[in-house]
Design a protein around this ligand. Structure first.
Ligand SMILES: NC(=O)C1=CN([C@@H]2O[C@H](COP(=O)(O)OP(=O)(O)OC[C@H]3O[C@@H](n4cnc5c(N)ncnc54)[C@H](O)[C@@H]3O)[C@@H](O)[C@H]2O)C=CC1
Ligand SMILES: CC(=O)C(=O)O
Ligand SMILES: [Mg+2]
Length: 468
């Protein structure tokens, strides 16, 4: 069940109502009061802001209950989520103040001209004399935003701003949201290449498959800064981290389990590739028309064709409810509510279910949790949040610090192991397979693993001081 937080501003006439009556009415309507602020105190009349935790459909019930109370005037109801977005979530801050003409002539013309000339003569100086060293573009075309689908570049912006906030808060990376008003592959590639000089890395986000595969591949070969499609590789890295630990909890081995991956789009393709690299020997990729089978023909989808040629991919055809039978692991990166409890019950004992579609998982957690051994979602309101936010801040922190040319497969596997290692053997249990995004070790360990592997595999152009 999803929850929301609302703030109700009420005026109370104390001769007609006590606050206890208000609290009781909110509780009976299913709300949970989390804080009360007195806005205007008074003997006869007072105004208060009451923050109430409600279920997604609980807000109207609380509001109706308050409207029925004698002596209470409901002034306003605000949704804290919308309040948090007012005016956007990020801004650009200068690194130094311009206090006088002297400052002005150094940071701007004429002083800046000498710096421009220095970079013109030695373009690598862009790394030390501009924001390039620490700045990542978060680029989307708005075509596969969370599980909401093709909602366009304007509506995609809050997600990209959110990613930028996380980059900064968790890893000190300055990230900028770029929402492109085009779905044309060539135009997207050309635009990203054109804006790339100022950035140290490109984080592609929520671009629909299969277009995202071509865009990433082309940019990787045509740019000399790392290009990382978060929904593919960020998700795959955190899934592998989660699977490594979940398998320890259930006492099964990677090379013995049958894994069903539902939704073979951006995230699903990369998860399948990484599972194969990590040693899975029985893999069942499933999309909306059913399983992608060994020996099948998928001329419209190069990555599905590639999967159908892998010896570990099953030859059994069928829709999800057929092929999930006997599976040890289900990984969903498809759409909300496509998996039933009955289907889950046909899986093997000690099953693992990662239902990662956002914002609604493939199966309602309340239905799944009692019948699986390890359950995870992409959401922050349940245990075991498997979300790419555990990955992209640390991966880019590492890639920027060592000026990596690209983020290669060994760097991704090292990042997955680093995340898994944050949960110690003593701490590991079915409800704690993956660290919290607020665990301070996550970014540090991922960064370290990424830098170390970049140096070992020859893609680093700089050795950070702590590696010298
Ligand atoms: N928790 C996390 O960190 C992440 C979660 N996701 C979630 O995973 C989902 C997919 O994301 P992307 O791969 O970026 O999108 P995408 O659009 O590239 O791929 C979605 C795939 O799911 C397939 N699909 C749709 N309905 C299906 C059904 N009923 N059964 C099987 N397959 C179905 C589509 O045909 C498509 O191939 C979204 O809900 C997204 O929010 C994605 C990235 C990270
Ligand atoms: C988490 C994320 O990147 C997504 O759901 O698309
Ligand atoms: Mg995404």
């Amino acid at each position: 069940m999803a929850y929301n937080s609302i703030i109700v501003r009420v005026e109370l006439n104390h001769s007609r109502i006590h606050f206890g009556d208000v609290a009781a009415a909110i509780g009976q309507a299913g709300g949970d009061i989390t804080s009360i602020d007195v806005i205007r105190p008074g003997q006869d009349v007072s105004v208060r802001d009451i923050t109430v935790h409600v279920t997604e459909d609980g807000e109207p019930k609380v509001v109706e209950a308050l409207k029925l109370l004698e002596g209470l005037h409901l002034i306003n109801v605000s949704d804290r989520t919308f309040l948090a977005h007012l005016g956007g979530k990020i801004s650009v801050q200068p690194n130094l103040a311009i206090r006088n003409r002297d400052d002005l002539s150094r940071v701007y013309t004429p002083g800046v001209a000498r710096v421009c000339t220095a970079i013109h003569e030695a373009p690598d100086k862009a790394y030390s004399l501009t924001i390039k060293r620490n700045t990542v573009a978060v680029v989307t075309d708005g075509t596969a935003v969370l599980g909401l689908g093709d909602i366009g570049p304007f509506a995609a912006a809050p997600v990209m701003e959110g990613k930028a906030m996380l980059f900064k808060q968790l890893a000190g990376v300055d990230a900028f949201p770029i929402c492109l008003d085009t779905k044309d592959t060539e135009e997207i590639i050309r635009t990203i290449k054109t804006i790339s000089p100022v950035f140290g890395g490109i984080n592609l986000e929520d671009i629909a498959s299969p277009r995202c595969f071509d865009i990433e591949k082309r940019l990787e070969s045509e740019l000399d800064i790392p290009v990382f499609h978060d929904d593919q590789h960020g998700t795959a890295i955190v899934v592998i981290a989660g699977i490594l630990n979940a398998l320890k909890v259930v006492g099964k081995r990677m090379d013995q389990v049958k894994v069903v991956v539902n939704g073979i789009g951006a995230a699903g393709v990369s998860i399948c590739k990484m599972l194969l690299a990590a040693g899975v020997s029985k893999l069942v990729p499933v999309d909306r028309d059913g399983a992608i089978v060994r020996g099948g023909r998928y001329p419209q989808h190069a990555m599905w064709q590639w999967l159908s040629e892998q010896p570990q991919v099953g030859a059994e055809a069928g829709v999800l409810k057929d092929v999930i039978r006997g599976a040890d692991v289900f990984i969903g990166v498809s759409r909300g509510n496509v998996l039933s409890a009955e289907d889950v019950e046909t899986m093997a004992e000690n099953r693992i279910v990662f239902a990662m579609a956002n914002p609604n998982p493939e199966i309602d957690p309340a239905a799944a949790m009692p019948i699986v051994k390890v359950f995870a979602t992409g959401r922050s309101d349940y245990p075991n949040q498997i979300n790419n936010v555990l990955v992209f801040p640390g991966v880019f922190r590492g890639a920027l610090d060592c000026r990596a040319r690209r983020i290669n497969e060994p760097m991704k596997l090292a990042a997955a192991r680093a995340i898994a290692s944050v949960v110690t053997e003593n701490e590991l249990n079915a409800h704690y397979i993956i660290p919290s995004i607020f665990n301070e070790q996550v970014v540090a360990k991922v960064r370290h693993a990424v830098v170390e592997t970049a140096i070992l595999t020859g893609v680093a152009r700089r050795t950070p001081p702590d590696f010298r």
